[in-house]
Design a protein around this ligand. Structure first.
Ligand code: PEP
Ligand code: MG
Length: 548
C-alpha cells in the first residue's frame, strides 16, 4: 500500500483501477539555451532521425497501400528539408536562444497558420502536414509523445496535468476520479471536475506518476486529496464506509429540493448552476437549480475539431433553453484563449496567454466567429429566457463595439424574417479589476453583471490561476477582491441592474453571509453545490447586523 498527498478539488471517494493518461500531442516548453550551436546540432540529428523514420514508413506504405497513397510521406520528407521552414527554426534558436523543441513548435504553428489562410484547398491541407512533421522532429528531440491509454471499464485517471480540451475529450461515464501531479484549484480542469461532480485531486507531485501502473487498484479521496495505491482490506473497507456516509449526506440534502433559498430573516437569493455542456442539464434539474448562471459556451468549441456552425450552436442553445422551461439561462459567449485552446483557431503562442488574445478580445479581432455565435444565440432566444454575457470586459469602448455588433446581428435577423426575443438581456462578466473600477459606467450600458471571481482574483492579486506554486499567495478571501465585488454590486443596484457571482467563490459558504449583505442577487455554482448552498443560506440570520 502506498499513499500520496495532494489537494482535493472535488469531494467524494472513488475506488477503482488506475488508468495513466498519456498525451497524444506534444506539450512543448520554452527553455533558454546558452549554447545555440549545440542546440542546432541536436536539431540536425533529430531531423536526420525523422527523415530516416519517414523513409521507412514510405517503403512500408509503398508495398501496403501503393505509390499514390505513399506519396504523402515523400511530401513529408521534402517538408522536413524545406529551406524556409528550416531557416525559420534556425533563426529562432540563434536569435532568441531558445530550445529546438520550442523553435520547431512555434515555426509549425506559424507555417500551419499561413497554409490555412491560403485559398487553395490543397495548400490548406498542408497545415496538418507541417504540424505532423514538426511533431515527429520534436519526438526525435526526445519529447515523450506516447499514446493515451484507455483501459476497459471505469477508471481513476492519473496524469501529470490535464488541459481543459483533454478533460472534455474523456468519456465522463468512465471516469471515477481525476488525479494529477500538478494543477491548481481554479484551473478549468478543476472546475470541470466539480461541474461533472467527479472526485478530483491535484498537486500530488511528479513522483506519484512513477510509482503507479495501469490497472493498479486505488482509492482517490477528493475531500482529503489523498490517493492510496494498492490499498489493503482495511483501507478498502474504510473507503466504502465513507462512500456510504457521503451518499447518506446527499440524501439529506435532497430533502431541500423544492425549498426556497431564503435566510431565517427572509432575505432571498437566486441559486443557479454553472455548466459547460448541454449534457449537464440533467444534473442542473436534479439538484433543483433555479436557472443557469453560466453556460461556458467555449466547451462547444473545445469539443469540436472545427468551428461549430451556426446551426450546430443553435441546436445546443435551444436544447438548453427548452430544458430549463422558462427559467433564466445565462450563456457566456466564447471565452477561448489562455488555458482553453483549440488547435483549429490557429492562435499564436503568447508569452502571457492570460493577458493575451482571449475571450472578447478574440471575438472582436475575429468578428465573423462572434457574429455566428450571436446569430445562433438570438435565434435560440425565442425558446426560453436567454441572457447573453460577454467575458473579459475591460473598457466601455469594447462594450460599445459589442453592443453595436449585437444590434447589427438583430437587424440582420429581422431583415431575413428570423425571430428573436426582443427582451434578451445583455450583461457582462466583472472579472478584470478595470471592469469593477468602472462598473458605474458599465452598469447603464447593460442589463446585468456577473462576477467571475476566478479571473478577478487572478488579475487583482497578479497571481496566475494556473500556477500551483502560487497558491499560498492566492488569498481567495483577499479584501481587495471582496471590495471590488462590493463596489460592482453597489454600482449595479444604483443603476437598477442585477448582479450575480459565477466564479468558484460563489460556492464558498464561508462568504455566503458577506455576499448576501452586499446584496448579491444570484450565486451560480456547480450543480452539485446548489443544495449545499441552499442549506447554508437557510441557516443564516442577517437581522443582527454584522460585517460587510
Ligand atoms: C471566472 O473567471 O470566475 C469565470 C467564471 O470564468 P472562467 O473560470 O471560465 O474563466
Ligand atoms: Mg473567467
Amino acid at each position: 500500500m502506498n499513499k500520496f498527498a495532494g489537494r482535493g478539488v472535488c469531494g467524494g471517494v472513488a475506488v477503482g483501477r488506475i488508468s495513466v493518461f498519456r498525451r497524444r500531442d506534444v506539450q512543448v516548453k520554452r527553455i533558454r539555451v546558452e549554447d545555440t550551436a549545440a542546440e542546432l546540432l541536436r536539431l540536425s540529428a533529430a531531423k536526420e532521425a525523422a527523415l530516416s523514420q519517414l523513409r521507412e514508413i514510405y517503403e512500408k506504405a509503398l508495398t501496403e497501400v501503393g505509390e499514390a497513397n505513399a506519396a504523402i510521406f515523400e511530401i513529408h520528407m521534402m517538408m522536413v528539408e524545406d529551406e524556409d521552414y528550416n531557416d525559420a527554426i534556425t533563426e529562432m534558436i540563434k536569435g532568441q536562444s531558445v530550445n529546438a523543441e520550442y523553435a520547431v513548435a512555434v515555426t509549425a504553428d506559424n507555417f500551419a497558420q499561413m497554409f490555412s489562410a491560403m485559398e487553395d484547398a490543397y495548400m490548406q491541407a498542408r497545415a496538418a502536414d507541417v504540424r505532423d512533421i514538426s511533431n515527429r522532429i520534436i519526438k526525435c528531440l526526445g519529447q515523450d509523445m506516447s499514446e493515451q491509454h484507455t483501459a476497459d471499464g471505469s477508471v481513476i485517471i492519473c496524469a501529470d496535468d490535464l488541459a481543459p480540451s483533454e478533460t472534455v475529450s474523456l468519456d465522463k461515464d468512465r471516469v471515477l476520479a481525476f488525479v494529477t501531479a500538478y494543477g491548481s484549484l481554479n484551473s478549468h480542469t478543476a472546475i470541470l471536475a466539480r461541474s461533472m461532480n467527479i472526485p478530483a485531486m491535484i498537486g500530488l507531485g511528479e513522483e506519484f506518476l512513477s510509482a503507479i501502473n495501469d490497472g493498479d487498484m486505488a482509492i482517490a479521496d477528493g475531500s482529503t486529496g489523498e490517493l492510496t495505491v494498492c490499498p489493503d482490506e482495511e483501507a478498502l473497507a474504510a473507503a466504502r464506509e465513507k462512500q456510504r456516509a457521503e451518499s447518506d449526506k446527499k440524501a439529506l440534502l435532497q430533502k431541500l429540493k423544492g425549498k426556497d433559498n431564503v435566510t431565517i430573516d427572509g432575505r432571498r437569493i437566486d441559486i443557479f448552476a454553472n455548466i459547460g455542456s448541454a449534457d449537464a442539464i440533467g444534473s442542473v434539474l436534479l439538484n433543483d437549480a433555479g436557472g443557469i448562471g453560466l453556460f461556458r459556451s467555449e466547451f462547444l468549441y473545445l469539443e469540436n475539431s472545427d468551428y461549430p456552425t451556426e446551426e450546430q450552436q443553435f441546436t445546443v442553445y435551444r436544447r438548453v433553453l427548452e430544458s430549463m422551461a422558462g427559467r433564466r439561462v445565462v450563456i457566456r459567449t466564447l471565452d477561448i484563449g489562455a488555458d482553453k485552446q483549440a488547435d483549429y483557431f490557429g492562435l499564436d503562442k503568447e508569452e502571457n496567454p492570460a493577458l493575451g488574445l482571449r475571450a472578447i478580445r478574440l471575438c472582436l479581432t475575429r468578428p465573423e466567429i462572434f457574429r455566428t455565435q450571436l446569430r445562433a444565440l438570438y435565434r435560440a432566444s425565442v425558446f426560453g429566457e436567454l441572457c447573453i454575457m460577454f467575458p473579459m470586459i475591460a473598457s466601455t469602448e469594447e462594450l460599445s463595439e459589442i453592443l453595436d455588433i449585437c444590434a447589427d446581428v438583430r437587424k440582420e435577423l429581422s431583415a431575413a424574417g428570423m425571430e428573436y426575443a426582443e427582451d434578451t438581456q445583455l450583461g457582462i462578466m466583472i472579472e478584470t479589476p478595470a471592469a469593477a473600477l468602472i462598473s458605474d459606467r458599465l452598469a447603464p450600458m447593460v442589463d446585468f453583471f456577473s462576477v467571475g471571481t476566478n479571473d478577478l482574483t487572478q488579475y487583482t492579486l497578479a497571481v496566475d490561476r494556473q500556477n500551483p506554486r502560487l497558491e499560498r499567495f492566492c488569498d481567495t478571501h483577499h479584501e481587495a477582491v471582496l471590495r471590488l465585488i462590493e463596489m460592482s454590486a453597489e454600482n449595479a443596484h444604483d443603476n437598477g441592474k442585477w448582479i450575480g457571482i459565477c466564479g468558484e467563490l460563489a460556492a464558498d459558504t464561508a462568504l455566503t453571509e458577506r455576499f448576501l449583505r452586499m446584496g448579491i442577487d444570484e450565486l451560480s455554482v456547480s450543480p452539485s453545490y446548489v443544495l449545499k448552498l441552499r442549506d447554508k443560506v437557510r441557516s443564516l440570520d442577517l437581522s443582527g447586523g454584522g460585517e460587510t
